[in-house]
Ligand binder design. Structure first.
Ligand SMILES: Cc1ncc(COP(=O)(O)O)c(C=O)c1O
Length: 393
């Protein structure tokens, strides 16, 4: 509604480009605006509503927790946070976890662990604090995670940025050239999401892991967007057959409630001790209850196999569209590059007009649908995209 948009814009800082749509309520993989118009959701709130809207087991878990205890602070233990940590470690194979509330916070924690690991082991004089990241990466909006982010356009206004980050192309020779005695870690996304749904090659990943192992350099995987089943495995790293020292998660992890997690393996699990890090809301009981429902659901037999099948189904259908030049990503993380002359941002706008929520990433259209999307919904959503593309010609 025009008046509520005007009021919103008057009182909320203008940091986002928004569609002129006021979303009102959601059910499963469909959301309705304040005029009652329905949209199929191929965006899931940027890969966050992993089980769609109002998934019964998730809703039940969250509501029963909110009735019991909504917050305690981390001066106390709660069963629900402990259960969530256990589930996360068991499903991912990591030793322990720190909980924050967002992807940026999960990455801040990873950066602190990486630097302290070297501080403890090599001493302050070694100045072993440099972290290599990739060009086109996206790691968050805090000053330090912006420094980590390898996009020049984001290194503006907020000077001075946190020193100690080096950005390279995903090329093993570039990695070797960037290594110095000060390097303590590399941080990477296996599939760059915001950077344009760009998959790292297996060759690069393997090369990085071999060198890091040899030189005691930590590998941090930012799986904020790729994690929690999006690529058909719980972690995208499992598709590459590697285990990073640290993995960060957020977005999908609690099914749409604020949650970030920094998972550490044996090498890094004891690096942060009492007082080294913290977060008032981190591991909040209600969000943890949402997280428990997500992990229980996606670890049910066959669930992730279905994610892979649905990803294949999307790709097979998209491959038949004349306008599509290339499809990137993995399983239900989908980047679509159109042929010359077709602008992804325009297509996105028209999809919205026609009842389909989609995302863009650089010059691509991007789909991050709920993992629970059905084949009928995929068909219906792609029929909208087809109609929009036909209008382009
Ligand atoms: C790979 C990656 N890392 C970090 C972030 C930042 O997450 P948040 O916005 O929850 O801080 C994002 C957000 O898009 C992301 O895609």
């Amino acid at each position: 509604m025009k008046s509520s948009i005007d009021s919103f814009n008057k009182y909320v800082m203008g940091t986002y480009g928004r569609y002129d749509i006021v979303l009102d309520k959601g059910k499963e993989e469909t959301v309705t605006d304040d005029y009652g118009k329905k949209y199929i959701d191929f965006g899931s709130g940027i890969g966050t509503n992993s089980l769609g809207f109002g998934y019964p087991a998730w809703t039940e878990s969250v509501i029963s927790q909110i009735k019991k205890l909504q917050h305690t602070s981390n001066y106390y233990y709660t069963e629900v946070q402990g259960e969530f940590a256990k589930r996360l470690c068991e499903i991912s194979g990591y030793k322990n976890v720190f909980f924050g509330n967002s992807g940026a916070e999960a990455n801040e924690c990873a950066i602190k662990i990486a630097r302290k690991y070297s501080f403890d082991k090599y001493g302050a004089d070694s100045k072993r604090y440099e972290i290599i990241t990739l060009q086109q990466s996206f790691h968050g909006r805090t000053v330090t995670t912006l420094s980590a982010t390898g996009q020049e356009s984001m290194h503006n206004y907020f000077f001075p940025f946190t020193p100690g980050f080096v950005h390279i192309t995903p090329d093993i020779r570039a990695f070797e050239a960037a290594l110095t005695d000060k390097t303590c870690a590399i941080m990477l996304e296996f599939i760059q999401g915001e950077g344009g749904v760009i998959n790292l090659t297996e060759e690069f990943v393997k090369g990085v892991f071999d060198i890091c192992k040899e030189r005691d350099i930590l590998v941090i995987a930012d799986e904020v967007q790729t994690g929690c089943g999006r690529t058909g495995k719980f972690l995208a790293s499992q598709n590459y057959g590697v285990k990073p020292d640290i993995t960060t998660l957020a977005k999908a992890i609690a099914g749409g409630l604020p949650m970030g997690a920094c998972l550490a393996d044996e090498k890094c699990a004891e690096v942060l001790g009492r007082g080294d890090h913290g977060s008032t809301f981190g591991g909040n009981p209600v969000c943890s209850a949402g997280g428990n429902a997500v992990i229980k659901t996606i670890s049910a037999p066959g669930f992730l196999d279905e994610v892979i099948k649905k990803g294949d189904y999307f790709r097979e259908k998209l491959g038949k569209f004349d306008a599509v030049e290339d499809i990137t990503g993995l399983a239900l993380m989908i980047g679509i590059k159109f042929k010359d002359g077709i602008n992804a941002a325009d297509i996105s706008k028209k999809c919205h007009d026609n009842g389909l929520l989609v995302l863009t990433a650089k010059d691509k259209l991007r789909f991050l649908p709920p993992l629970t999307i059905t084949y009928d919904e995929i068909d219906a959503g792609l029929a909208i995209l087809d109609k929009v593309l036909l209008q382009e010609n």
